[in-house]
Design a protein around this ligand. Structure first.
Ligand SMILES: Cc1cc2nc3c(=O)[nH]c(=O)nc-3n(C[C@H](O)[C@H](O)[C@H](O)COP(=O)(O)O)c2cc1C
Length: 190
């Protein structure tokens, strides 16, 4: 009978988002923030946290193409396959930590970053030099940087139990969910 059918549920394709922390510390606040983002992501987003930063060899343009090292290829493939990238990184001496810059360098002469939606989140309220430098690097690499809805949850100097406590507070969980949703909206709008 026409007009009497129940509406069919609309399925929204799942977005795969790759989260990269610029800190290698076991008790990293940036890594904790990204793990919490993954846990609090909305149902239409799957956030996976990249864990290979410390295994990447130092970038060397002579090692590209067929000579690309396995760990670099893993990173390049992960960024290529992701619908979007979220980065959280500390500031070292007013700059971007070398490990993260090294990872980004492996992506420069590829298509992986070109037009790839990306956003930055912040665990330290004072990392202003690194934020600006990282945004400049990522824009230069042609990431499509979503800069409107930056998420900042102040975790600087907090120890792991305190970090866990802050990240499990309902208002912060909601803020994280909204931040990932806003980024998902940006990805879907492109
Ligand atoms: C070598 C080194 C240099 C740092 N330089 C700065 C700096 O220039 N500005 C700043 O705000 N914090 C600086 N910090 C503090 C870190 O950015 C801060 O502790 C950050 O939250 C650590 O992130 P993580 O917990 O994810 O490792 C520095 C820390 C280290 C270890």
């Amino acid at each position: 009978m026409i007009g009497n059918e129940s509406p069919k549920p609309v399925s929204i394709p799942l977005l795969n988002i790759l989260a990269i922390s610029g800190s290698l510390r076991a008790a990293s606040t940036n890594s904790a923030l990204l793990a919490a983002l993954a846990q609090n992501a909305p149902p239409d987003c799957h956030v996976s946290v990249y864990d290979g930063l410390g295994r990447l060899p130092i970038f060397n343009p002579d090692e590209e193409g067929e000579r690309t090292p396995l760990q670099a290829a893993v990173l390049i493939d992960a960024v290529t396959a992701a619908d979007g990238v979220i980065v959280s990184c500390p500031e070292y001496a007013h700059g971007v930590p070398g490990g993260l810059k090294n990872a980004l360098d492996w992506l420069v002469s590829r298509d992986a970053a070109v037009g790839k939606p990306a956003t930055l989140v912040h665990a330290s309220p004072r990392s202003l030099f690194a934020r600006a430098a990282l945004a400049e690097v990522m824009r230069t690499m042609s990431f499509a940087l979503h800069e409107e809805a930056a998420l900042e949850i102040a975790l600087l100097g907090k120890r792991p139990p305190e970090v866990e406590d802050i990240l499990s507070q309902p208002e912060n969980r909601l803020t994280m969910r909204r931040a990932v949703s806003a980024f998902a909206g940006f990805i879907r709008s492109r």
